[in-house]
Design a protein around this ligand. Structure first.
Ligand code: IPM
Ligand code: MG
Length: 356
């Protein structure tokens, strides 16, 4: 197959980790006889520096026309004082919205080799952690009306959280279908004891649950879910939740596996190209030192193979190669353990490619 991939390396460690994912994609192409071509596109701070905006319309058009998009990370202290509408993060939200990427899949899987890197006790981890967070990505408080106005001599800010039935239903369907392909358990996270958006969320999810009698469905309040993730993560299979709750819970869940540097994600639309990115940020403190963990981005590339290109065998091969490299004792600094060999970001990418 021939595929055109837009590479949005971005800021901080973004360029380092995406280069390693491209190296792995090239190895996949060679092994399985595919042709991947890449178009490098500026996004975030580097685009602000060059063009004055976090992504240009032309570059947005290129992303829409690609077969898939691979993103590193955006942002950094250099651009923290930019006005709200040209902040680096704005580009990320704009790409999500423009490409209609409403479904964000964030798998949280503990590689057995890294069990001791998890902050949880072995008896809590039990037989492992393998859950999938399905986060709604183009609605809710991230995209509602916002304002800061002066009232009675002080500033008053507001962010509106809004969900319509169709937005809830389409993410709900993705979650139920995902549960069907896994262990058929779905927990829907909300704050229905307080929020109207959550009460509507729950109503729509219950309607769907009736259509999927083979999936065992539960409601869980977000505060309880945050607690249960630490207390007994093995109870979860698929978790579905709205945009901001999903942002918070996915960072929490990622830590259960030892390092946020390991976690990939896929953002999917109804039909167009998907975007794939590690869930970690730009980590400006370690940028340019070749010490970042590229595995989250490499595993994101593997999700791209699986979800956008239908290359399940190739995706499995990448995941097996990652496991094999960990099994052989190679670690980046963030997951370093006694008795292991510490390697750089580029060396890690090289090892995974060779293993393929
Ligand atoms: C994420 C990030 C983004 C988000 C930021 C960078 C806007 O934290 O993908 O989880 O909040 O969605
Ligand atoms: Mg986040």
């Amino acid at each position: 197959m021939e595929k055109r991939i837009c590479i949005l390396a971005g800021d901080g460690i973004g360029p380092e980790v995406t280069s390693e994912a491209v190296r792995v994609l090239d190895a996949v192409a060679e092994k399985f006889g595919h042709t991947f071509s890449y178009e490098h596109i500026d996004i975030g701070g580097c685009s602000i520096d060059k063009y004055g905006v976090p992504i240009t319309d032309e570059n947005m058009g290129r992303c829409k026309a690609a077969d898939a998009v691979l993103l590193g990370a955006v942002g950094g202290p250099k651009w923290d004082l930019c006005p709200a509408d040209i902040r680096p993060e704005k580009a990320l939200l704009a790409v999500r919205k423009e490409l209609g990427l409403f479904a964000n899949l964030r798998p949280t899987k503990l590689f057995q080799e890294l069990a001791s890197a998890s902050p949880l006790k072995p008896e809590v981890i039990g037989c492992g952690i393998d859950l999938m967070i399905v986060r709604e990505l183009t609605g809710g408080i991230y995209f509602g009306k916002r304002s800061t106005v002066e009232r009675d001599g002080e500033l008053v800010a507001s962010d509106v959280m809004e969900y319509s039935e169709h937005e809830i239903e389409r993410i709900g369907r993705v979650a139920f279908e995902t549960a069907r392909r896994r262990n058929r358990r779905l927990a829907s996270v909300d704050k229905a004891n307080v929020l109207d958006t959550s009460r509507l969320w729950r109503e729509v999810m219950h309607r769907l649950a009736a259509e999927y009698p083979d999936v065992s469905y539960t409601d869980i309040l977000v505060d309880n879910c945050a607690m249960q993730l630490i207390r007994n993560p093995a109870q979860f299979d698929v978790i579905v939740t709205e945009n901001m709750f999903g942002d918070i819970l996915s960072d929490e869940a990622s830590m259960l596996t030892g390092s946020i540097g390991m976690m990939p994600s896929a953002s999917l639309s109804a039909d167009g190209p998907g975007m794939y990115e590690p869930i970690h940020g730009s980590a400006p403190d370690i940028a340019g030192q070749d010490i970042a963990n590229p595995l989250g981005t490499i595993l994101s590339a593997s999700m791209m193979l699986r979800y956008s290109f239908g290359m399940g065998t190739e995706a499995d091969a990448v995941e097996t190669a990652v496991s094999a490299v960990l099994n052989a004792g190679y670690r980046t600094g963030d997951i370093m353990q006694e008795g292991c060999t510490r390697v750089s970001c580029s060396k890690m990418g090289e090892l995974v490619s060779e293993m393929l």
